[in-house]
Design a binder for this molecule. Structure first.
Ligand code: DON
Length: 571
């Protein structure tokens, strides 16, 4: 996976490597090699569902740009991949505008309702109430996606919100064929769907899981999308849709208010920018933990002569870097509007140098020797897509309703499936969430706060090309994006990056989980010899969507993870 294949810009990399341990290589604001390259003249989309990729293509062909396509793809995914994201969810949109190199992250993460309190998921003895932060409308935070759609279309797009929503409206009204992946999600979540009459109507037939190929129609969702298209975000956050959302949430035991919906806004955040062996890495800022962890891991590895190590030793270093950055994630990270997140410290190469000094090349360090708390995770919910348009505008977006089909609860006649993103908060110190994540007070529940996320949409730029990368997978997201970044920088194609086997260490539990083909027998022996506890994973994880653009050859690639059913389009 981390082959030492020589790279086209190897010379520059070597020069950078010599200076790296000591110097933090800073790129001027807005700097990007891509903007000095000619436009790609080709567009590319990779998303988790072929119909969503085609929705993006449709608006690009109508003269829309990558930002319009992001709206069309997200809205289509809300219809055809409701297990993973939707109008009732939220996420992060990482944008790059080719005209001036401007980069931003549109933070559309859900916010806790204003009546939320730190101990809201604990009983009178201070113990967690089972299922309270995942099960019903009480688990739902105020959605961010509809606000992001309007914001992206108005501020960065070229088409109207209404035009961008048309493919999704059509899919919701006319229906789409049930695939095996969604069918499995429906089977898994059947009990919750049965408790919500509107969900049962959409996703079950007489209470049973529908056969493959069943046309899933969502007329209520189509109507809500239409109001959004006509009235903009107000159509969702105010008026009749909002009233129906609040009515249904309260009836189901939740705590939303009309004011919470009316007050929701997205926030633009400056993406985190770092450097690894001459490559520029642009990634998600808090309330995602992904960018911080990714940049810190790369900083740790940049002081190691990876190209000249044997493969087991290289993997040992990657595992040790993962172990350290996941520890910090659990301790320091939270919503930057509520807590001081020490981003510049954690992404400073000098800090990484200290972490690197704690790593021995011949021996794994037990997590117990690194003081702190931590976590675990990841299934196939949540979704990522990557878009490049013909001018070179880019979007990497990771969006979510958290667990499979969120709460499984459709709010009244809105067709909107509610998220259970409140579970991404640390509901009590030391108590793991559904992903086994433990957090500190930085991520405790508070009114109007955003819960900490692992979603990590990222751009990787070299003098030779660019990659847009991201994946679902809970806490596994960060290690996946790290491995994907290293693989791309070693010269892998988009198809190989998404296919490549994965391994993961998240500090706690103190073990390396790996897909069956991630390590050769010799590597297993060498890693075990260093003291690593290796656990072969019972299933594969992630659903990575990657677009790459090679400036010199003009080759553009789009690849969708073979673990999923998505589609990469280049045209
Ligand atoms: O924001 C987060 O980190 C989680 N809500 C993401 C959930 C996820 O990726 C589920 N997929 N396995």
């Amino acid at each position: 996976m981390l082959s030492a294949r020589p790279h086209r810009w190897d010379r520059m990399r070597r020069v950078a490597l010599c200076t790296l341990a000591a110097v933090h290589f800073a790129f001027p604001a807005g700097f990007a090699w891509a903007d000095q390259a000619a436009a790609p003249h080709k567009a590319a989309i990779a998303s988790a569902h072929p119909l969503a990729s085609r929705a993006g293509q449709e608006v690009l062909e109508q003269g829309g740009n990558a930002f319009d396509a992001a709206v069309a793809i997200s809205a289509a995914l809300a219809v055809v991949e409701p297990s993973s994201s939707g109008l009732g969810g939220g996420g992060f949109y990482l944008l790059h505008r080719s005209a001036d190199g401007f980069e931003t992250m549109v933070d559309a993460r859900e916010k806790a309702p204003s009546a939320a309190t730190r101990d809201m998921y604990l009983d009178k003895n201070g113990e967690p109430v089972k299922g309270a932060s995942t099960g019903g409308p009480l688990a739902a935070a105020i959605p961010g996606e509809p606000a992001a759609f309007e914001y992206l279309a108005l501020k960065y797009g070229r088409l109207s919100l209404k035009q961008n929503l048309q493919p999704a409206i059509r899919l919701a009204r006319e229906g789409f064929a049930l695939n095996a992946r969604l069918q499995a999600g429906i089977r898994y979540k059947r009990d919750a769907l049965l408790r919500s009459p509107e969900s049962a109507k959409v996703f079950l037939i007489k209470g049973e899981v529908p056969p493959l190929g069943t046309l899933i129609k969502q007329p209520d969702l189509a109507a809500t999308l239409e109001v959004l298209a006509e009235r903009g975000a107000k159509g969702f956050y105010q008026g009749s849709v909002a009233r129906e959302l609040v009515r249904s949430v309260i009836a189901g035991g939740g705590i939303w208010s009309m004011q919470d919906l009316a007050n929701y806004t997205v926030v633009e955040r400056r993406p985190l920018v770092g450097e690894y062996r001459g490559a520029r890495i642009v990634s998600a800022a808090p309330p995602s933990s992904g960018g911080v962890a990714l940049l810190d891991a790369l900083n740790i590895l940049s002081g190691v002569d990876m190209a000249h190590l044997d493969s087991a030793t290289r993997k040992h270093w990657v595992i040790a870097a993962m172990q350290r950055v996941y520890r910090d994630r659990a301790i320091y990270l939270g919503d930057p509007d509520f807590v001081d997140v020490p981003v510049s410290l954690l992404t400073n190469p000098a800090y990484a140098a200290g972490q690197r000094a704690s790593i021995r090349s011949d021996k794994a360090m037990p997590s117990d020797l690194l003081p702190g708390v931590s976590e675990q995770s990841g299934g196939p919910q949540t979704t990522h897509f990557s878009v490049l348009d013909r001018e070179g505008n880019r979007v990497g977006a990771t969006i979510s309703v958290n667990l499979w089909l969120g709460t499984g609860y459709i709010a009244g006649h809105t067709g909107v499936l509610l998220n259970n993103t409140m579970d991404d908060f640390s509901i009590k110190p030391g108590i793991p969430n559904d992903f086994g994540l433990i957090g500190a007070s930085a991520n405790s529940v508070a009114a109007n706060k955003r819960s900490l996320s692992s979603m990590t949409p990222t751009f990787v730029e070299t003098p030779a090309g660019t990659m847009i990368i991201g994946s679902p997978g809970g806490s596994y997201i960060i290690s996946m994006v790290l491995l994907g970044t290293l693989n791309y920088l070693e010269g892998m194609s988009a198809a190989d990056v998404v296919k490549s086997p994965r391994y993961h260490h998240q500090y706690s539990p103190d073990e390396v989980e790996y897909e069956p083909d991630a390590f050769s027998p010799a590597e297993i022996q060498a890693l075990q010899g260093r003291g690593h506890k290796l656990e072969v994973a019972s299933r594969r994880w992630g659903n990575m969507q990657v677009v790459t653009w090679d400036y010199a050859s003009g080759v553009v690639q789009a690849a969708s993870d073979p673990r999923g059913v998505g589609e990469g389009l280049v045209y």
